[in-house]
Every structure is written in C-alpha cells, then in structure tokens.
Design a protein around this ligand. Structure first.
Ligand code: ADP
Length: 449
C-alpha cells in the first residue's frame, strides 16, 4: 500500500480524500494555492505545500508544480479528485515518468474515453447503445448541417473534448445550424483548446441515469447501481439520488450489465461512471464515460456501503476487487444536494466572500461533505460548489423528509447561496413524485418567475 498520497485538489473533495488516507494509515499531503493557505484541506493534511499563485492555471492546473511538490515530499501516489488534472492523460504520463502512481485509470484509457466522439465509436463497436448520431468527428459546419438534415431535427451539437456542459448546443432547424455549430465550436475552442465536434439526435426531456463502475487491473469489473441526476441547470447537476425512482429492478439489471460491458470495452480500471440518457419510452443510450471519482459519489457509497475513495486507492495500489457483482446490494435511498455560493437571483453568478456563520445539520442519515468553517473566505478563483448535503433513509419518502429537515437546518451566512432555491426544488410536487427529467429546472424556473 502507498505510504504517502499527494492530493492534487482543493475544497470538499480534498478533505474527503485526506479523511480516507487517514483511515487507511496513509500520510496525506495537500497542495494549495496562495489563496488557499487557510483552507480546510491545507490545515487538515499531514503536510501541505503551497505551489503557486491563486489562478488555477498557475497552481492546481500546473502539472510541473504539482509533480514537483509530489517529488519534494516523496509521495508515492497522487489522487487527482475531480476537475483540475483528473482527466488529463498528459499529466498521467508525466506521473508515470516520475514513478508516481496516478490514482485513476491509465493515460491510454483516459484518451480512449476522454474524447467523447472516439468513446462513442468504441461503444458502438462494442454493441452498447449510443444516442443516434455521427460515428466520426465533424470539423466543418456545412458538413454537420448535411448530417443533421438527414438525421432530422432537433439535434445536439457537442464538443468531443466537452465537459461541464460546455461546448454543447441544441439546434432546432437547418437554418440555424451553421450559426449554432460555430457558437458551440468557439466555446469549445475557448474552454478546451479543441473545436472538434460531433452531432447527436436531441433526446426530448430524458432522464440522466449513470452507473458507478469499479474495476481492478485484472479485468474484474462490477457496477454499484445507478444515480439519477436529472435535476440539472444548464446541463450541470444540482441534485442526485440513488436508486433512480424511474427504474425497475429488471431495467437496473439490464442497464448495469450494459454499463459493465461498456467499461470492459474501454478496458477500464479504477472507479468510473457510465452515463446514459433514458427517454420517455424507457430506451437508454450511452452519452459518455467519466474516468474519475464524481461529485455525487456519496449517494452510491450510502446505498451500497462501499467506500469509493478507499477502493480507488486500493485498486491503484494493485489490489484485487474484494466484491463480486453478487456481493453488491442496494439498500435504502440516498439523495445529495449541491450547495453553491451563488446568487440565484442574478443569473446564478458566483458569490465569493467570507462565511460569517455556519451551522450544519446532523443526526442519523445526514452527511455533509464540505470544506467550510466560520470565518472561511471563499476565494473567487474556483468552483462555486462549497458543500454537499447527503441524506439517507430506508426509502425515498423517508429520505425526502430527512432532506427537508436537514436543508431547513442548514445555516450559511455571509455569502449568497442556493440553499433556498434547493429547498423550493425539493418541495416541488413533481420532484416529490419523482416525476422529473432534464427539463425540470426550466419548467421550475418558469413556474417561479
Ligand atoms: P458534459 O460532459 O459536458 O457533462 P454530457 O454529454 O455528459 O456533457 O451531457 C450533459 C447533459 O446534457 C446530459 O445529462 C443531458 O442533460 C444533456 N444532453 C447531452 N446530450 C444530450 C442529447 N443528445 N439530448 C438531450 N440532452 C442531452
């Protein structure tokens, strides 16, 4: 097992990983930017290295600095968390060269799945259902327009390098195609430095259902059930739950088997996620694979009892999976709500600043993953997600009751947050009924205007 892990991240996920290291008797090393010297992750780790100025490109995204810190402290592994360098195959190759284990899949696997149009191809070849659309990448607007005309509208124009909902646009007719394509392409070029696009049929109001995969380096691959992440704003998840209220045991089994088949086709190891869209008829289609731990991993941990970060570390160290598919049982119901420091009344713009007062809810079945404390100054440079509230109970109805109480108890003062907004969502009739799809938030916003 590793002796020392450097955590190449910040915020709640860094804290989550530090805790896992401590439980496993592994030394933890935090890195921080100059803006994060007082941050919780920097205070909690066994060792902390300040690696550079506040902007992420000069610190958390600077591969040389991150690796330099790892070498200096003698870390034998790096956990990338999510975001930042977590899906960067160049970084993984650099780690290999420095003899440091990257806690995640290999660079080849990341390349295979990280390019979304290439991943579609791999999945099509493996017989996994994908959203109808192009098999190859599309470079020119006119070329794409012809394809979309044949396919029929509406279509989704997406960036091969896409992530976080960026570089993605719906197009409803041929007249708008060229303009929409160019807008999405420009956004992709700016965000990812890559304007390669692909086209999918637009699925009307689907549910986003994703399967958690765990696989070791010896070909043992299992799934840990699904998460329903249909509550999204601008293609970004807000609330996630497991199990999905929309899926029968029979469909869970079928989708799970296909998710495992997809992971095997990618020759995947580590923790990963196979994402599907499920349409109104119950048909489902692969959209992408995430080759990292996800924000919403706690809901799966709760219903399966499996610690995903611990498993990720064990797999990276070359250990075998200790669970077979038959050992995995989903019990009860878990729901996660993302708490963001943002101004919901002004286009959800980030609201950094000093947190003057915090009160976290607690009790049986309530989990908070956060890096907050009273007096903490949320810097303006990074993601606005500052905490996750996760609840668990025997069934969805009880979990919802718990969520209402817990979210009602949560106090965060000094900055604007989406707590009240989330409270309204979880009290919405359709949400309570589990009658949701990815169009929920748009309808919800209209209702509340
Ligand atoms: P990203 O990598 O940016 O997160 P995804 O491909 O995972 O992008 O898609 C994010 C979300 O966008 C999905 O959960 C879904 O809500 C929406 N979406 C993506 N592709 C389609 C599609 N073909 N039809 C309808 N909605 C889509």
């Amino acid at each position: 097992m590793f002796k020392k892990i450097l955590i190449a991240n910040r915020g709640e996920i860094a804290v989550r990983i530090i805790r896992a290291c401590r439980e496993m008797d592994i030394m933890s090393v935090a890195i921080c930017s100059e803006a994060d010297k007082d941050a919780l992750h920097a205070q909690l780790a066994d060792q902390t290295v300040c690696i550079g100025p506040a902007p992420a490109k000069d610190s958390y995204l600077d591969m040389e600095r991150v690796l330099g810190a790892a070498m200096a402290v003698g870390a034998d592994a790096i956990h990338p968390g999510f975001g930042f360098l977590s899906e960067n195959s160049k970084f993984v190759r650099m780690c290999e060269k420095c003899n440091i284990t990257f806690i995640g899949p290999s660079a080849e696997i990341i390349d295979r799945m990280g390019n979304k149009s290439a991943a579609r191809k791999t999945m099509m070849d493996a017989g996994v259902p994908v959203v109808p659309g192009t098999k190859d990448a599309v470079y020119e607007a006119e070329e794409g327009q012809k394809i979309a005309d044949d396919m029929g509208y509406p279509v989704m124009i997406k960036a091969s390098a896409g992530g976080g909902g960026k570089g993605m646009r719906v197009c409803y007719n041929s007249e708008d195609f060229v303009h929409t394509f160019e807008t999405a392409k420009l956004e992709a070029e700016n965000a990812f430095g890559d304007g390669t696009m692909y086209i999918e049929k637009y699925i009307e109001d689907p549910r986003h259902i994703e399967f958690q995969i765990l696989a070791d380096k010896y070909g043992n691959t299992i799934h840990l059930g699904e998460r329903d992440c249909s509550i999204q704003r601008r293609h970004q998840k807000l609330i996630e739950e497991s199990p999905s209220p929309a899926i029968s045991d029979e469909q869970r089994k079928k989708m799970g088997e296909i998710a495992v088949k997809a992971a095997k086709a990618a020759e995947y190891y580590s923790a990963g996620t196979i994402e599907f869209l499920r349409d109104k008829h119950g048909d489902f289609y692969f959209i992408e694979m995430n080759t990292r731990i996800q924000v919403e991993h706690p809901v799966t941990e709760w219903v399966t009892g499996i610690d995903l970060i611990r498993e990720q570390i064990r797999i990276a160290a070359g250990e075998h999976l200790t669970y077979s598919q038959e050992d995995v049982h989903v019990h009860g119901h878990a729901i996660e709500v993302r708490i963001n420091a943002e101004d919901t009344e002004h286009d959800f713009r980030p609201s950094p600043g000093t947190v003057t007062n915090v009160h976290f809810p607690g009790g049986k079945g309530v989990r908070i993953d956060s890096a907050l404390f009273a007096g903490y100054k949320i810097p303006p440079y990074y993601d606005s997600m500052i905490a996750k509230l996760i609840v668990y109970d025997k069934n969805r109805e009880l979990a919802l009751r718990k969520l209402r109480n817990a979210l009602g108890e949560l106090v965060l003062e000094g900055v604007k947050t989406n707590i009240d907004y989330q409270y309204e969502i979880i009290n919405d009739e359709d949400f309570i009924e589990g009658n949701v799809d990815t169009g929920f938030i748009e309808r919800f916003q209209k209702k509340h205007q």
